[in-house]
Ligand binder design. Structure first.
Ligand SMILES: [Zn+2]
Length: 88
C-alpha cells in the first residue's frame, strides 16, 4: 500500500522512509517483554528486535491534516479510525 486516503480527503503518502505519518502501537506488556529480552541478551541486534515485535504491534497511520488515527487492527489493510476529540 503506497497511499492511504483519510476520511477527511487528505492522501497520506506511505512511500517515504522514515514515514512521519506511520507509527507503531504496542501493549505496555510487550514493551516490558522487550526490555527483559534486551536485559537477558535474547535480543542483540535490530533484526532480532523486529522479529520479536512481529505480530505484536499495530500499524497506525496518523493524518497530518485532521489528526485522525487509523489503526490496522481489523486485519491486514483493514483500518479502524479514531477522530481527535474537540475540547469545548
Ligand atoms: Zn485526515
Amino acid at each position: 500500500m503506497s497511499k492511504f486516503t483519510c476520511k477527511c480527503g487528505h492522501v497520506i503518502n506511505l512511500i517515504a522512509s522514515p514515514n512521519e505519518n506511520e507509527w507503531r502501537l504496542i501493549r505496555e506488556g510487550t514493551l516490558e517483554d522487550i526490555v527483559s529480552a534486551l536485559d537477558e541478551g535474547k535480543i542483540i541486534n535490530g533484526e532480532m528486535f523486529l522479529d520479536f515485535l512481529r505480530g505484536k504491534e499495530i500499524t497506525v497511520y496518523r493524518c497530518p491534516s485532521c489528526g485522525r488515527l487509523h489503526l490496522e487492527e481489523a486485519g491486514r489493510n483493514k483500518f479502524v479510525s479514531y477522530v481527535k476529540e474537540v475540547s469545548a
